[in-house]
Write a protein that binds this ligand. Structure first.
Ligand code: BDR
Ligand code: CA
Length: 315
């Protein structure tokens, strides 16, 4: 039935688009959604994830809650100004209530049971801080053979968004990111800010989405605070759908063009904490970290149309 997928998420406006992209794609077998702290606290990300699946008419998808804080140090920052205090620009309450109860098991336990039960390798798309994924790999190394690849939104080759050098998902838990990206050998594709920014969508794209039906209309309604932030970042009326770009690659392998580079994470406590060090030198001397596929390019309009048609068209 197509790509088997688990999404680990902290909704978040762009997470909402990413969840809907997978949930509304007929060629994706969305096995489960796990939640993590991040854009807003865990209780809110969990409630948002469940209600977003209900919006997409997917009460068949189990949701389990995971980490409420980073592995080692307490959370330093939340991006509530970007996503609004409820994660969805103040519109979370307009979502339908979830009919499916939250799983009794935690995020890691749900991932383990879904991976073990799967007859084929599963893609995991982490689109928030990597705390749950680090815990999964550390506590259950045996399930790594069931992971086809991890396609994560995170990191930056050049400029960060939380700090000058650190992207939010990595900066929110650099120790977890280090464990997943630099210290493991599970196949990994990193989708950094450099590419997600180039995939930004404008007001015409959002208008088409809003006109496509109730799901598109709801997704568009989550964008005001986010749009206000990205108007300043981009210099025009548009938004960056970071997480949906990563999920597009997870469900349509090859839609992004990746190159393999050694990637390391600065998990020190200095000013470059959370930096992803992507070694693009032609002749590396000393390289730390491990080789990771880094998404560097795509056919921008093809990607935008792919996301729009799936969000608009439903299953
Ligand atoms: C990432 O940080 C979050 O604010 C977004 O949801 C995305 O996952 C972008 O840096
Ligand atoms: Ca996110």
């Amino acid at each position: 039935m197509g790509t088997k997928l688990i999404i680990d998420t902290d909704p978040g406006v762009d997470d909402a688009f990413a969840i809907a992209l997978a949930a509304r794609s007929a060629d994706v077998d969305l096995l489960g959604v796990t939640t993590v702290f991040g854009n807003v606290p865990l209780a809110t990300t969990t409630s948002n994830a469940r209600r977003l699946l209900q919006l997409c008419d997917r009460p068949d998808v189990p949701v389990a809650a995971g980490a409420s804080r980073p592995l080692l140090y307490r959370e330093l920052h939340r991006s509530s100004t970007v996503h609004g205090s409820d994660g969805l620009s103040g519109h979370a309450a307009s979502l339908p209530d979830a009919t499916r109860p939250l799983e009794d098991s935690d995020a890691v336990s749900l991932m383990v049971s879904l991976l073990e039960a799967s007859d084929e390798p599963v893609t995991i798309a982490p689109i928030g801080p990597l705390t749950n994924i680090a815990a999964l790999l550390a506590a259950h190394p045996g399930v790594r053979s069931k992971i086809a690849r991890i396609v994560l939104m995170g990191g930056a080759i050049t400029l960060g968004n939380s700090t000058a050098v650190s992207e939010f998902n990595i900066w929110a838990d650099p120790d977890a990111a280090r464990r997943v990206i630099a210290e493991d050998d599970v196949p990994c594709v990193m989708v950094p800010l450099d590419l997600t920014h180039r995939c930004a969508v404008d007001s015409t794209w959002l208008a088409k989405l809003a006109a496509s039906g109730p799901v598109g209309q709801a997704l568009n309604s989550f964008t005001p605070d986010y749009l206000a932030h990205y108007r300043q970042v981009l210099g025009y009326e548009g938004i960056v759908l970071h997480d949906a770009v990563a999920v597009a690659e997870a469900i349509h392998p090859g839609i992004l063009r990746a190159e393999t580079y050694p990637v390391d994470i600065d998990s020190g406590l200095g000013p470059t904490r959370g930096m992803t060090i992507v070694d693009r030198r032609a002749v590396p001397n000393i390289s730390t970290g491990r080789p990771v596929e880094v998404a560097v390019d795509t056919e921008l309009d093809v990607l935008r149309e792919f996301v729009l048609s799936r969000l608009a068209g439903g299953r």
